[in-house]
Design a protein around this ligand. Structure first.
Ligand code: UP5
Ligand code: MG
Length: 196
């Protein structure tokens, strides 16, 4: 993808920090196309005939990161599908990259990102939100045991990605505590500071 024509913004943060929730606002106000890596993986898992169904299922339940080839392919396909005929597009990529190898590969081989929104949220707040959502979400990873594993993966594997972008001055860091609207106001301010 031509970074002159395609804008990529990542939204990262721990499990339950509010990535999906804030993305919905950003789609409305900024005209982004929202691509959630987790949603794409869950859809692929449920697609009949997918050779990756069982693999994705096991990784998600254990809060581990699916091998990058699978996720990057799904993202690339979705970007091609949703970009305009003239090759332009504005994509908000949610929950990706969450491992250094994914970040390096995507940035060098798919598209260089404009910036990263990082939703900073304490674990107790995230846990409460996830257990609450788990009552109705039907997600196989919204239970105490999987949540614990997701938190560990986030700290050990995904935070280094945020820190890597932060060193380059390309992170909009926002406190994800507070109401949905309060958090969104901080996101908007942060993006404005990046000229978006
Ligand atoms: N909520 C949201 N904001 C709130 C607020 N301000 N106040 C009160 N409540 C708030 O929100 C979670 C819940 O909190 C909702 O009920 C919401 O109403 C409420 P949501 O917006 O859904 O948070 P989000 O950060 O999107 O949480 P999610 O559970 O989706 O985050 P994860 O990062 O865990 O999930 P994701 O779908 O991205 O990934 C799932 C798995 O897929 C990973 O664990 C991994 O196994 C796999 N994966 C990969 O392998 N590779 C990838 O690249 C991506 C995913
Ligand atoms: Mg989500």
């Amino acid at each position: 993808f031509d970074p002159e024509k395609v804008t990529v913004v990542y939204i990262l943060g721990g499990p339950g920090s509010g990535k999906g929730t804030q993305s919905a606002h950003l789609v409305q106000d900024y005209g982004f196309v929202h691509l959630s890596a987790g949603d794409l993986l869950r859809a692929e898992q449920d697609r009949s005939g997918s050779q990756y169904g069982q693999l994705i299922k096991d990784y998600i339940k254990n809060g581990q990161i699916v091998p990058l080839e699978v996720t990057v392919k799904l993202l690339e396909n979705a970007m091609h599908e949703k970009m305009s005929n003239d090759g332009t597009g504005r994509f908000l990529i949610d929950g990706f990259p969450r491992k250094m190898d994914q970040a390096a590969f995507f940035e060098s081989s798919v598209c260089h990102s404009r910036c990263t929104i990082f939703l900073d949220c304490p674990e107790d707040v995230m846990k409460e939100r996830l257990l609450n959502r788990g009552k109705t979400s039907g997600r196989t990873d919204d239970n105490e045991e999987s949540i614990k594993k997701r938190f560990r993966t986030f700290v050990e594997t995904s935070m280094p990605v945020v820190e890597y972008f932060e060193k380059q001055g390309r992170v909009v860091k926002v406190s994800a505590v507070g109401t949905e609207q309060e958090v969104y106001e901080h996101v908007v301010e942060g993006l404005a500071a990046q000229g978006i």
